[in-house]
Design a protein around this ligand. Sequence first.
Ligand code: URA
Length: 211
Amino acid sequence: MAANVSVIQHPLVQHKLTLMRRADTHTQDFRRLLREISLLLAYEVTRDLPLRTETIQTPLAEMAAPVLAAEKNMVLVSIMRAGQGLLDGMIELIPTAKVGHIGLYREPSTLTVVEYYLKLPADTNQRDMLVVDPMLATGNSAVAAVERLKEANPLSIKFVCLLAAPEGIAHFHEQHPDVPIYTAAIDHKLDEHGYIIPGLGDAGDRLYGTK
Ligand code: URA
């Protein structure tokens, strides 16, 4: 496997992903499945968060108990619009997280990236960052998003997606070798329109029923 890429092999993730891929899965189920998978991905992606101990009182005794060590909770950044589907479940698991949004779209004829929105917490430079987008296809949006987000100087960045194409992983890590990728699967290739094959189609359209 490529360096700095983790494929989340958990059977529940793999099963739910297969249901999402099926062309006959409707919007309502697709949305629910993406939320469920995002909880599981968030669980895996945060498994290396450092802990410290805090003295607490249970009903029966005092104990030194583990709590998250970071002074400020993480910032989750959604690459709009499909990133929203991954974000929703992650916020449920990390309710104290701050949230940022970055809006990018692919210009259809050239597949180049245009930024139309950016909003981040003011203290992003004191937080670890998870950037979420379901599809790492050409990698153009992810590369451009992370380039912009690095300007806010987060403590660290991880990129979380549902599906990745080998081309997208290569492109992303050419530009951002320091940013680990977490994905539920690496598919075969991109087609001539920049879609992941076999993939699941357009994640935004399937999530919001816009096609
Ligand atoms: N974006 C999508 O939503 N699907 C793909 O296959 C590629 C990019």
